[in-house]
Design a protein around this ligand. Structure first.
Ligand code: I3P
Length: 128
């Protein structure tokens, strides 16, 4: 994203591999398609990249790979959503535009860290 008013690029808060599926687009329900995704939280956005492991080594260069999609966290809602999946450790992220994602990890501590970090960003933006 673009530099802030102080001229500094937004800080990278967190990055890692999570399982992801989009379940709604603009409020319209979608069929689940779980994929492993490289997720980066930077500034006010959650940015999704293809899992580098699913790409050929030659096609993936750090820094030059294009995001698949990105989510604006301003006004977003975050909820644990284990009832929405047969998988464990699932939370749902809903954007103001009505896009909904499920994110999941087999590792309890990891998913809790992601939940808390995203929640902190959403809460900070709510107070602005
Ligand atoms: C879906 C697939 C998903 C599953 C989903 C199934 O079937 O098995 O993994 O979600 O369950 O419908 P398909 O591949 O035929 O689309 P979970 O893994 O999150 O349970 P759901 O329809 O109950 O959401």
């Amino acid at each position: 994203s673009s530099p802030d008013s102080d001229g500094c690029p937004p800080e990278l808060e967190k990055a890692g591999l999570l399982n992801k599926t989009k379940i709604a687009e603009g409020g319209r329900k979608l069929r689940k398609n779980w994929c492993s995704s490289w997720v980066v939280l930077v500034g006010n956005s959650l940015v999704f990249y293809k899992d580098p492991k699913s790409q050929s080594p030659s096609s993936w260069k750090p820094g030059s790979s294009r995001p698949e999609s990105s989510v604006d966290l301003r006004g977003a809602q975050l909820h644990w959503a284990n009832e929405l999946s047969s998988k464990k450790n699932v939370f749902k992220l809903r954007t103001v535009t009505g896009n909904e994602f499920l994110l999941q990890s087999e590792t309890d501590s990891l998913i809790r860290e992601w939940y808390n970090t995203i929640k902190n960003v959403i809460d900070r933006l709510d107070r602005e």
